[in-house]
Design a protein around this ligand. Structure first.
Ligand code: NDP
Length: 677
């Protein structure tokens, strides 16, 4: 007997009081689990997330949160067989499952890595440099991102029960938000299995992840102005959520990722014998058949030059006829069933709508040969290729969320762009071309209508991740019909979940608030050179004020000869005098920076282990022969690295001349031993 799916709410597993309705195996129609729409008290779940989960996550730094995600991913890898077996029951083949399950884990690893590399080991993110607002230097501003004391609620679609959850959970968690996951009923048993393994691991702080294996009823009503609602699913549900009073006037931040009519354009330069032709055809077939086309990024519109329509249709038909449709767990199956019989009915209805202006060129809507399963009990269907009549409207309006795509022809590149735009906003588009002018025209024309664009040809094909693969480091989402939302994109995805605030005040106040030294705030010059201090001893604001050094002509000549940089401004009196910026020989900028290092270092072995670069280097005033320079170096940011004996120290470097004019500014980046805490 199948068990009714449980929710994880307020720290324990909740069993619904009714027995629920069956969720069918997509291949066989057998019941996999029971699903009840009557779940736990959603308002209490929201409150629990806000009061228990949120404070626990926000007590951790970005790096600690990122590390936990990595641990979760490693833990889940141990249960892949269990997840694969369940995934097959949703109709996903091994290849499809890799996208969902391994892709989901990859997203956790990806965010973990970005979080540790690109965010500070603290709880506040600084956005850009401070802005001076007053002439006297006492009034400045700094933009900061802080965590919200709310909850991230995700309402997911059926097609990616694992990835769909993890790609939302990862950025929300790093941003300091607890999550409530509400999977789509059809495949909720797989999401529930993954959540159960995460909860069992005890890795995430209690309250930071709850699962609602039930209907959505009451969920959005419980949200408020610090909460974020991320939705993936149909445009129709997206519209309902957009009009919810808590979104319209209650301040809930809504992110929608809805169905989109993604296109792939074959460049006018591609001939049948080019490798690009094969790449194009292969990619279209892959996108039509992976997940049986139930993919928000699948290619729905095949845009080809008029002259190529016959060849493309023929090549697609040829490949599609070789696609083995069958049980998802069979090794030679290329395309499994749709998620449910209801979804197949839905796709059939959409294909019928498309056929008002499109001719069927491949496939049979009612019948399909099925390998290793009973064609009657499973939700199998054949890939369907259509060809649009001239001026057809339906292919730009109707989304058949299955293995269905339409060939549409264009006359000019400008027309291809126009046709793409008729989709009214898509998640992803692709272009197959080797012609750089075509690429520029098409990509710039398509970009306002797309969240991501792939330009594919023989040179990047081997490494290309493909039209349909969203990546954790790239934004996923799209304008207009695609929902207007944006997810992932590395730390951008984290920042989407946070609040940006401009904080104004004195430099000292901003240093105190942000934990990072702000230009103009107090410097502390002591008896001990800061390079003699380990991380535990060093304080923000610790400063070295160096001795002076006069830059001689001999220094400049020596540097020119030694490095080979004999650019005329450093060597040729007459030519340098004619230079409107210098009016005479000047020291190399790199000489100034090198001399500055000579002025600020403390040479003996000590806690400073390495210099790993400089950021934001600017040369501000030319240094002429005879000028006297000095450097002020101030500890600006201290970032202990987790799982290492050292951390990073960012130093503010300011080189000035004898008149106190800034000559160069930059950040020096060093690795410094931690020492005793
Ligand atoms: P739905 O939009 O119907 O459902 C998606 C999620 O929204 C489910 O978890 C559903 O849960 C929930 N939901 C439905 N109504 C509401 C509501 N009023 N308030 C809050 N949550 C709600 O999409 P389906 O999954 O049924 O797919 C239907 C179509 O959506 C597909 O045929 C396809 O066209 C498109 N789609 C697009 C995807 C994309 O990634 N862009 C992905 C999947 C589908 P419950 O049913 O419990 O209410």
């Amino acid at each position: 007997m199948s068990a009714v799916l449980e929710s994880y709410a307020q720290g324990s597993w909740f069993t619904p009081s009714d027995e629920g309705t069956p969720l069918a195996d997509a291949n066989t129609g057998e019941t996999v689990a029971l699903f009840s729409r009557k779940g736990p008290d959603v308002s209490a779940m929201v409150e629990y997330a806000r009061t228990v989960g949120g404070p626990a996550v926000r007590a951790l730094t970005f790096h600690q949160r990122a590390n936990l995600l990595k641990e979760v991913a490693k833990h889940l890898m141990g249960y892949k067989d269990e997840f694969y077996a369940l995934s097959h029951r949703t109709g996903a083949t091994a290849r499809d499952t890799m996208v969902d399950v391994d892709g989901g884990f990859g997203t956790l690893f990806g965010f973990s890595s970005k979080g540790r590399r690109e965010l500070p080991n603290s709880t506040v993110i600084l956005d850009g440099p401070s802005e001076p607002l007053g002439k006297g230097g006492t009034f400045v501003a700094q933009h900061v991102y802080t965590s919200r004391p709310g909850v991230a609620v995700q309402i997911n679609a059926f097609n990616f029960p694992v990835w769909g959850m993890l790609e939302k959970l990862a950025p929300a968690f790093i941003a300091g938000l607890p999550s409530i996951v509400k999977p789509a009923p059809q495949t909720a048993y797989l999401t529930a299995a993954v959540v159960r393994r995460i909860i069992e691991s005890g890795l995430l702080p209690e309250g930071s992840l709850q699962l609602l294996s039930a209907g959505h009823e009451g969920l959005v009503d419980a949200l408020g102005p610090q909460d974020i609602l991320s939705f993936t699913g149909s445009a129709a549900t997206g519209a309902i959520l957009r009009n919810h009073p808590n979104v319209v006037s209650g301040g809930v931040q809504l992110n929608v990722e809805a169905d989109s009519l993604n296109c792939s354009v074959l460049g006018p330069d591609v001939a049948v014998e080019d490798p690009e032709f094969d790449l194009y055809v292969k990619q279209v077939v892959t996108e039509m058949t992976v997940k049986a086309g139930q993919k928000c990024t699948a290619i729905r519109r095949i845009l080809v030059p008029e002259s190529m329509a016959g060849a493309v249709t023929e090549a697609l038909t040829d490949r599609l006829s070789k696609i083995v449709v069958g049980a998802a767990d069979q090794a030679d199956t290329r395309m499994g069933p749709l998620v449910s019989l209801a979804q197949r009915d839905e796709v059939r209805r959409s294909v019928k709508a498309l056929r008002t202006s499109c001719e069927l060129v491949h496939g049979d809507l009612d019948q399909v040969e099925v390998a290793g399963a009973d064609a009657e009990s499973g939700a199998f269907m054949s890939p369907i290729l259509l060809r649009a009549e001239a001026g057809a409207a339906e292919p730009h309006e109707v989304e058949a969320f299955g293995p269905v795509a339409t060939v549409i022809t264009y006359g000019s590149v400008a027309e291809a762009v126009e046709l793409a735009a008729r989709g009214r906003g898509s998640l992803v588009g692709s272009l197959v071309t080797r012609d750089e002018d075509v690429a520029r025209e098409v990509v710039l024309g398509l970009a306002p209508w797309h969240g991501r664009i792939l330009v594919l040809n023989r040179e990047d094909a081997k490494e290309s991740t493909g039209h349909g693969s969203p990546l954790p480091v790239l934004v996923h989402g799209g304008p207009g019909r695609a929902g207007g939302g944006e997810e992932m994109g590395g730390v951008r995805g984290v920042k989407h979940h946070m609040q940006r605030t401009a904080v104004q005040g004195t430099p000292d106040m901003l240093t105190a608030v942000t934990g990072q030294w702000t230009t103009g705030s107090r410097r502390s010059v002591g008896d001990v050179h800061p390079f003699r201090k380990n991380l535990a001893e060093l304080r923000i604001g610790d400063t070295i004020e160096s001795a002076e050094r006069t830059v001689t002509r001999a220094d400049i000549d020596h540097f020119a000869e030694f490095t080979g940089d004999t650019f005329y401004a450093h060597t040729d009196e007459e030519a340098a005098a004619a230079n409107p910026l210098f009016g005479g020989v000047v020291a190399h900028g790199y000489l100034v920076v090198s001399l500055a290092a000579g002025l600020f270092v403390d040479p003996a072995p000590g806690p400073v282990l390495a210099n790993f670069g400089v950021d934001h280097l600017r040369f501000l005033t030319p240094v002429k022969e005879g000028a006297t320079i000095r450097v002020t170096l101030t500890a600006k940011q201290i970032t202990p690295r987790t799982n290492a004996e050292y951390g990073e120290v960012r130093w503010d470097a300011l080189v000035t001349d004898q008149d106190g004019e800034p000559v160069a500014t930059y950040d020096v980046l060093t690795l410094v031993a931690k020492g005793e805490e």
